[in-house]
Each structure stands twice: as C-alpha cells, then as structure tokens.
Design a protein. Sequence first.
Length: 468
Amino acid sequence: MSKGTLFDKVWHLHAVGTLPSGQTQLFIGLHLIHEVTSPQAFAMLRERGLKVLYPERTIATVDHIVPTDNQARPFVDDLAEEMMQALEQSCQANGITFYNIGSGNQGIVHVIAPELGLTQPGMTIACGDSHTSTHGAFGAIAFGIGTSQVRDVLASQTLALSKLKVRKIEVNGTLRPGVYAKDVILHIIRTLGVKGGVGYAYEFAGTTFEQMSMEERMTVCNMAIEGGARCGYVNPDSVTYEYLKGRDFAPKGEEWDKAVAWWESIKSDRDAQYDDVVVFDAADIPPTVTWGITPGQGIGVNQVVPTPEELPEEDRFIAQEAYQYMDLAPGQPICGTKVDVCFIGSCTNGRISDLREAAKIAQGRHVAAGIKAFVVPGSERVKQQAEAEGLDKIFQAAGFEWREPGCSMCLAMNPDKLQGRQISASSSNRNFKGRQGSASGRTLLMSPAMVAAAAVKGAVSDVRELLN
C-alpha cells in the first residue's frame, strides 16, 4: 500500500487511467440513485442504446419527492407520481435493486446506505445528490454528482474527476453539554467559509471526532460540501467496525477479518503530508445557529448578529443581502428570534441518535402555541426503531407531528413547505433563499436538540437551559 493520506490511497486504487483532459478516470464502487436526478440519466442511456454496465453496483431508493404524511399511491402530486414510476420502470428494466416505500428499507439515500452496511471504508461512492459526502464518515471517498455524471456512472461505472488537495481539520477535546456534531461542522464552516474548501477533500481528525459515534461523524461529513469541499472523510477505526459488523451487506466470517485488516491499511499514515492543516479546540464551540443565507453565516446562540465592520471585507456584501432577506439587524441577539415552523429530519440529522437527543428536550414539555413542529425519520428502519423506543409517543405528547420517512422540508420537493415569510428552525443543511419551499421563507440551521428547544419556547433558545 502506498504511503500518504486515505484520500490518496483510495484515489490511487480506483484510478483506471488518465484522460486527455488530465483528469483521472475513477472507478466508482457504489452508485446510489433516487428519483430526482436519475430519470433524465436513464433517458440519456436509452437515447444512446446503452445498458447499465454493473447494475449490481447501483442501489435505488425514493426520498426527495415522497410525501411524509400520506404515502398512498398514486401520489396526489402528478409530477411526483411520474418520477416514481420512471424510477420503478428503469430499475426493473436494468435489474437494479430498488428500496421502495414499504420495503422496510426505504428512506433518505444517505441514511439507508450506511444502515444497510452498503457504505464501507476504502470505497468510492457517487450519488446525484450534493450531500453524498456523508458517506466519508466511514473512510470512503464519496462525491455528489450531476445528472450527466449519473449517466456516465450508469454506463461506465467511472467518473472523470480532477484529483483534490487534502486539508486536515483537527478538532481536539470534549464537546461541552448541549454542543453536538452539527455545532462542530457549523463552527468549522463559519471559520473557514463556504468557499474555504474549494479544491479540497477535508479529512476530519483529532480526539473530538475519535469520540464521536458514526451517526455524529455522518452529520459532520454531510456538511463538508457546505464548506466548499468536494468530499469529507474520517479515517476508519473501531467505532466504524463496530457500527458495520453484522449489517446486511457487511462482510461475514473470515471475510470480515480480511476486510478489517484491509480497512486498517488504508488509513492515513502518521507521517502523511497534507496540503493544509487547521486545528480547533472543542471547548471553543458553542451551540451554533445560522442567522443568514449561507451555512457560513453562523453564530453562537448567545451571540449577536455581526455588524459589517466585524466581518472580513469580502463577506460584507452577502451580509447586507442576508440582513435584508432575513429581516435581522446587525447587533441583534439571535436568541429570542421568533420562529413559525420547527423541522427535525433530513440526511444531516434524521437518524435515531438525532431523534433521541431531540426527544430528551421534548419530553415533559409542549410545543409553544402557534408553532408547527414535526419530526421526519430518515428511513423506515429509523422510524421502526424510534417507535420501538417510544420516541414517537414522546414527540406526539409534546405536540410534534410524527411523519413517514423522506427528505421532507429540507429541499421541499414534496408537500412539506414553508409558507410566505415563515421562519423555520431546521436541523437540515442549507439556509439558502427559498430553500425550504417558499421563495421568501427563512431558515435558521441548528442541531435537532436546538430545534426541539425552539419548538417548545417558540423562539431560538439555548438548549443548555433545558438540559436536565
């Protein structure tokens, strides 16, 4: 095995050749598809008379357009029903495994692949979805791709990509109570900027990440893309192997021991050279909330909206746009900002541990008057597990709606949308203008526990005051 970072090793092992453009033709070990970016890609294959080259390496589910309240077919939304049918037919025609609603394995693509054990260390993974970087939590190199690239992977199982530089982001120490993985990544993006990672893969290292569960690592890697990085990853370790062991697609018996030995060999070497290294102290990270229109416009819950003078000159123009759009004034405390809708879910924070943390805050309390609050499990398995633990009852008793699995309000390509100028406390990953389904709707990103706190208080609140 060559020396270097995990990124370098995995890239080298999957390089098929160098293209005339200078890009690498990279073999993709696992291709994940859903109903939004795949219908056009399959249509392009049909136009060219091409077949899916390795159907056994492609796995499909539905997540973006599925309703989370009533999933009866045909869907009320004709376009959603059309997209569903297109995916069903394409998977059937090409022999692709499809986890449809009611299969027991349907859910957000970045939730189901890890829980099924499809995502494994040392893999290259691609999906027509920005947040494919999630899978890097396992020590995989995972890329979000566009529709024409989905076509390329279906047809050739390869991608044309330029090799990235690697930045090591080290966070050391223990997170304080009320501070979660979501706060860590929001703090990193706030510090390095939304364009700071352009041209880089982010390697997340240090004692803070070593202490994190796999689900927490997934939250961090999920939002690497929001910091401009093409992918983010954590080196595999005993936490990774413990999570994977016994899962549906994980190696079994002697194959397991061989796999672990190989996974150990691809970890970044102690003397690996990085293009850049940035170090953070976990003790410096507060519960974090976004106040603006990019995930980089974040502040500690007890801080105030920054004034233009406090910001680097290159950030002032977008700050002015954010003040106006969000209707927040420089110097205004973010704590106490009224909210209308509280959404717990998404590929960032729709896993069982996220729901458990939010339920701790909801238990014995009630959603404030006039607030719409709802919880959307990331998959059918997460929903089943949450119900077995009674989390659904805790949420419902507190006045939250308990929904079916799907992407829900994150991208709002389904009936879950903000209305007009509503402001949302959201556990998702993007706070762009119009992101959650309303052209003028506003989004404040925060951890699931912070969303639960906002729901019961009716405004942005410091979750630490509600922790027992």
